[in-house]
Structures are given as structure tokens and as C-alpha cells.
Design a binder for this molecule. Structure first.
Ligand SMILES: [Ca+2]
Ligand SMILES: [Ca+2]
Length: 121
């Protein structure tokens, strides 16, 4: 962890926490709080504000390009999945987001149609 700055309200820290590209963690919420040595605080320790973090592990592309429902085949169900989620936008994975950009839009639909008939095993 890299800690920089000094004085009340002027410090900050950088903490690297590897998160796997695993959709099973999407939407899970983690709360974090830091204890900071502070001679002016009671018992010499101050507590940071609580950070609420929603995990997103869906940055990896689906197993099969154009496969919106992850059944390893690109077919009509993928088109309907994309249409059913059309317009959705979130950092969490959305079914139908075939290019993994967090948006379900026309790009995903055309990509799915371009991959029509693909199977991946
Ligand atoms: Ca599919
Ligand atoms: Ca997309």
C-alpha cells in the first residue's frame, strides 16, 4: 500500500487488490475501512470512512463470441437475451453484453448476429 499526503483530509492511499476476471463475483459487495495511526485520535488510531465496493469481474469476454447467454452456442436465444436487456448499463455484467463494455446496445446485437451459428466447447 502506498500512503501519501499529510494533514487532516490531505492523505490518501493506493491499494492494489487483484480481482479475477470471474463473473461469479459480479455484484458482490465488499465494505472496507482503514485504521490510521493518528496521535491526535483517541488511543492513537483513527478510522477512515467506510468504503462500499461493488465487484465487477466480467471484464473478460464471454467464452464464445456473440454468446449472450453463455451456453456456448450463438443462436436465436442470444438475440432475445440481448433484446431483453437492451439499454441496460452497469459496471456489473449484464446478459447480452457480448463485448463486455457494460452496455447492452446495438453493437452487441450486431456482434451476435455476425457470430450467428458459432459454437464453442
Ligand atoms: Ca448462446
Ligand atoms: Ca456491450
Amino acid at each position: 500500500m502506498l500512503v501519501e499526503g499529510s494533514g487532516a483530509g490531505n492523505g490518501f492511499a493506493t491499494f492494489h487488490w487483484p480481482i479475477p476476471a470471474d463473473r461469479s463475483i459480479d455484484g458482490q459487495v465488499v465494505f472496507m475501512q482503514w485504521r490510521v495511526a493518528d496521535p491526535a485520535a483517541p488511543a492513537g488510531v483513527a478510522l477512515s470512512n467506510i468504503a462500499r465496493i461493488t465487484l465487477f469481474g466480467g471484464s473478460a469476454l464471454p467464452h464464445c463470441p456473440g454468446d449472450a447467454d453463455d451456453d456456448f452456442a450463438v443462436d436465436f436465444a442470444d438475440v432475445t437475451t440481448t433484446l431483453a436487456n437492451f439499454g441496460a448499463s452497469s459496471y456489473a455484467y449484464r446478459p447480452g453484453d457480448t463485448n463486455g463494455d457494460g452496455q447492452v446496445d446495438f453493437t452487441d446485437l450486431t456482434f451476435t448476429l455476425a457470430q450467428w451459428g458459432n459454437t464453442c466447447m
